[in-house]
Every structure is written in structure tokens, then in C-alpha cells.
Design a binder for this molecule. Structure first.
Ligand code: BTN
Length: 252
């Protein structure tokens, strides 16, 4: 019913009406041996998970809440590259379907007019030298109106429909996201991260700017120089010391 145009992504689909988190189901399926390209998608999540132990608000029928299982032949250090790849794929899909041009805030927030409309969460099952599976969780605010967001996030969140001024067909966007993801993923497996990194930099808003990175171990102020080939953020502080950041919230 999704009308997919992909070769393998989304060819096994677990569609669920209501679930705590598609991420949790996908992790379980991956553990049980599900094939690459298996997709879990829900109408509603009761306990959607965000980055850094936060919640992701996922009300019924308004957004895309999905998790995709990948099995890339890469070591775990390279997994952050897939987060960045996903952000590029989702930006391309949004552009294709709505004509809107999103920005990326490192590592994986997608913004329209400075407000977040997409969150991406990647989780791994891996040995020290080999990834078994990567679960790519994608949450897209598609058709929410402002009243449908919790009050405390109304100034920082938006939906595609709010920005575009009209409702958007979710199935169409799912098709396009999977298509772009599959295309970039194959490009990545063949040619490595370089070409993806260039695309990513084209959408990135934080590079070259003064930012504050809030990490779990405290905050660092500095200039965002760019990302490394692994996908880490390079931040130069006032003493010209360069920090390599794995995970943080960026304040522009
Ligand atoms: C973020 O904090 O920005 C990441 C949010 C990721 C949300 C998606 S929705 C589908 C998948 N299932 C979850 O529980 N979380 C991810």
C-alpha cells in the first residue's frame, strides 16, 4: 500500500497501528535476523524515543514514524556516517515532494525556517570490529498543526504542512525517503563517505559558525569547522584547540 519504487528497502514492512517505539521493534527484529531493508512503520507511538534519552512526540496519523534495518559491512566507528547519510536522503526527499529546501543542524536535525521538522536516531548492534545491524529511526512531522504540538516545543518545532501551507501525502514521502536512502546507501557502499559528506555540507547550517555544543559532559563554545570523514563534528574553541564531538546538541 506504500507503492514503493525501491529494490529492497521496505520490501518487508511491519506496519503497526500503535506501538511504544518502532525503534524497539526493529531492534528486536534485527536481533532475530531480519533482512536488510526491513521496515517498521507505525501510525502512532506511545513512547517514541529521541536522541540523548529524550522523548519523541508521535501522535496518531500526522507524521511518519519509522525504523529501517540495515546491515552494512562496516566497523562500528563508521556508523555515524549513516546518520548523516540519512539526513541527506530525507532532505532530498522533502525537497522532491514539497519543493521546500531544508537545512541540517549537525548531526541529524532537519530544520525548516530554523524549526525542527525531522529527527533521526541511529542505534547499533555491533561487535568491536563489525556492525551486525544499524537501526535507522526517522520521525517526520508531516501534517501537524501548531496546536498539535506540546506547548513547550511550539517555538522550536514545525511540520512540513505548516511550512508548505498544505497537507502532504505521507505515503508519497515514505516512498521518496526510501528511494533516496537506498540510492545513497548503495553509493556509499561503492564509493565511500566522501560524496555523501559533500552533499551533507551543502545542507548544513552550522559549519563555519560560532556555536555551543552541549554534550553529556558539559558545554563547549567554538567555531564549527566541519565534519571528519567519520562524521564527527570538529569544533575549534577560543584557544584554537580542536574538539572532536561524537554526540551533542548544537545551539546556533
Ligand atoms: C531526535 O531526537 O531528534 C530523534 C528522534 C527520532 C524519532 C524516530 S520516530 C521513529 C523512530 N522510533 C522511535 O522511537 N524514535 C525514532
Amino acid at each position: 500500500q506504500l507503492g514503493l519504487k525501491t529494490k529492497t528497502f521496505g520490501h518487508f514492512v511491519h506496519f503497526v497501528e500503535e506501538v511504544d517505539s518502532t525503534q524497539k521493534i526493529a531492534l528486536r527484529l534485527a536481533y532475530d535476523g531480519a533482512k536488510e531493508g526491513t521496515l517498521v512503520i507505525a501510525e502512532q507511538q506511545t513512547a517514541g524515543r529521541g536522541r540523548m534519552d529524550r522523548k519523541w512526540f508521535s501522535p496518531k496519523g500526522t507524521g511518519i514514524w519509522m525504523s529501517l534495518i540495515l546491515r552494512p559491512p562496516i566497523p562500528p566507528q563508521k556508523a555515524p556516517q549513516l546518520t548523516l547519510l540519512t539526513a541527506v536522503a530525507v532532505c532530498q526527499a522533502i525537497q522532491q515532494v514539497t519543493g521546500l529546501v531544508p537545512d541540517i543542524k549537525w548531526p541529524n536535525d532537519i530544520l525548516l525556517n530554523g524549526k525542527k521538522c525531522v529527527g533521526i536516531l541511529t542505534e547499533l548492534q555491533a561487535d568491536p570490529d563489525r556492525v551486525h545491524s544499524v537501526i535507522i529511526g526517522i520521525g517526520v512531522n508531516v501534517n501537524q498543526t501548531i496546536e498539535q504540538f506540546p506547548e513547550d516545543i511550539r517555538t522550536v518545532a514545525t511540520s512540513l504542512a505548516m511550512e508548505k501551507g498544505e497537507r502532504i501525502k505521507r505515503a508519497h514521502l515514505v516512498q521518496e525517503i526510501l528511494l533516496q536512502l537506498e540510492r545513497l546507501y548503495h553509493q556509499y557502499l561503492q564509493h565511500g563517505f566522501r560524496p555523501i559528506k559533500l552533499l551533507w555540507e551543502g545542507y548544513a547550517v552550522s559549519i563555519g559558525k560560532k556555536i555551543t555544543a552541549h554534550t553529556l559532559n558539559g558545554s563547549i563554545k567554538g567555531t564549527a569547522l566541519g565534519i571528519t570523514d567519520e562524521g564527527l563534528l570538529m569544533l575549534e574553541d577560543e584557544d584554537k584547540h580542536i574538539h572532536y564531538i561524537h554526540s551533542a546538541d548544537i545551539q546556533l
